[in-house]
Design a protein around this ligand. Structure first.
Ligand SMILES: Nc1ncnc2c1ncn2[C@@H]1O[C@H](COP(=O)(O)OP(=O)(O)OP(=O)(O)O)[C@@H](O)[C@H]1O
Ligand SMILES: [Mg+2]
Length: 277
């Protein structure tokens, strides 16, 4: 995939995300769960922001609120598009983003149909994106006929097809083998670098966070809040190899893991406490 090909896919510019003291409580039959508390963050137009945090700390809840699929119970969350219009977003969830009864091409085309785009425009966009993602040969295959890595590419293609201002990804590569993950990370880097989109991505991998992000947000154990924000200084355009061989990589990795380890330990203590109590 080339940067030129990605440019030709016609991807626009991004959105700004502002979260001020955002909180989310869930009232359940067994009590109230405070998933997110006092979450403050500003994500710049065009930024690649990666969120890490212990399991259950509220990452998916936060992403769902940014996507407009859920609403904060306190605080303010605002998303502003670069051109003043209503911001659009697309979400890539892990492993369950495709319609199994539609071909690969029809999955990528789906959102464009919803947008009311004419057939010729849809066909052109789908063909370009399939080429960018190395899937042209599989246009007529069905999701169950391709590998997990390919399905995840289709899911990303489907999200990109609608040219969202904001691309939201919840552990998009979590289920993939390491080699496929590396390939997709680099593909995502190329697409993003030429698109100007704002990306918010959740991962459990510190390594992945440092390869992709402009900033890594480390969330605390539940209730999730911002524990730290780490600036990732590596030059763009990036390659995984260049980032990993940069002398600063090891320090940043350790710094991130130190913060995360504290929170993971706290989360485990909470869970053990809940089991005992
Ligand atoms: N709809 C809901 N109703 C009740 N509780 C919920 C709901 N959604 C999330 N929670 C709770 O909120 C907390 C945060 O969940 P969330 O899925 O956001 O965590 P996460 O950081 O994405 O975890 P993981 O890394 O395991 O995906 C958890 O305690 C979860 O049980
Ligand atoms: Mg989650």
């Amino acid at each position: 995939m080339s940067v030129q090909a990605a440019n030709e896919s016609g991807i626009g510019r991004g959105a700004t995300v502002r979260a001020a003291a955002v909180g989310r409580r869930f009232v359940t039959p067994s009590g109230t769960i405070e998933a997110v508390r006092d979450f403050d963050l500003e994500i710049a137009d065009g930024e690649f922001c990666v969120i890490v945090g212990p399991s259950g700390c509220g990452k998916s809840t936060l992403l769902r609120m940014i996507a407009g699929l859920d609403t904060p119970t306190s605080g303010e969350l605002s998303i502003t598009a670069h051109n003043g219009s209503s911001p659009t977003n697309a979400v890539v969830f892990q492993g369950r983003s495709l319609f199994p009864w539609l071909s690969i091409a029809a999955n990528v085309e789906y959102g464009l149909k919803l947008q009311g785009l004419a057939k010729s425009g849809r066909d052109a966009t789908v063909a370009r994106l399939l080429a960018v993602l190395g899937l042209s040969k599989f246009a007529n295959a069905y999701p169950h006929q391709v590998s997990e890595g390919m399905r995840q590419r289709v899911a990303i293609g489907r999200a990109l097809a609608v040219e969202p201002d904001l691309l939201l990804m919840d552990e998009p590569f979590g289920a993939l083998d390491e080699q496929t993950r590396f390939i997709l990370q680099e593909e995502l880097l190329r697409i993003w670098e030429s698109s100007g989109k704002t990306v918010v991505m959740i991962t459990h991998s510190i390594d992945e966070a440092l390869v992709l992000a402009d900033r890594v947000v480390v969330m605390s154990a539940q209730p999730g809040t911002v524990r730290a924000i780490i600036d990732v200084p590596f030059d763009r355009p990036r390659t995984m190899v260049a980032v990993r061989s940069d002398p600063a990589f090891g320090d940043l990795f350790n710094q991130t893991w130190d913060l995360l380890r504290d929170e993971v330990t706290r989360a485990r203590q909470q869970q053990e406490g809940a089991l005992v109590g």
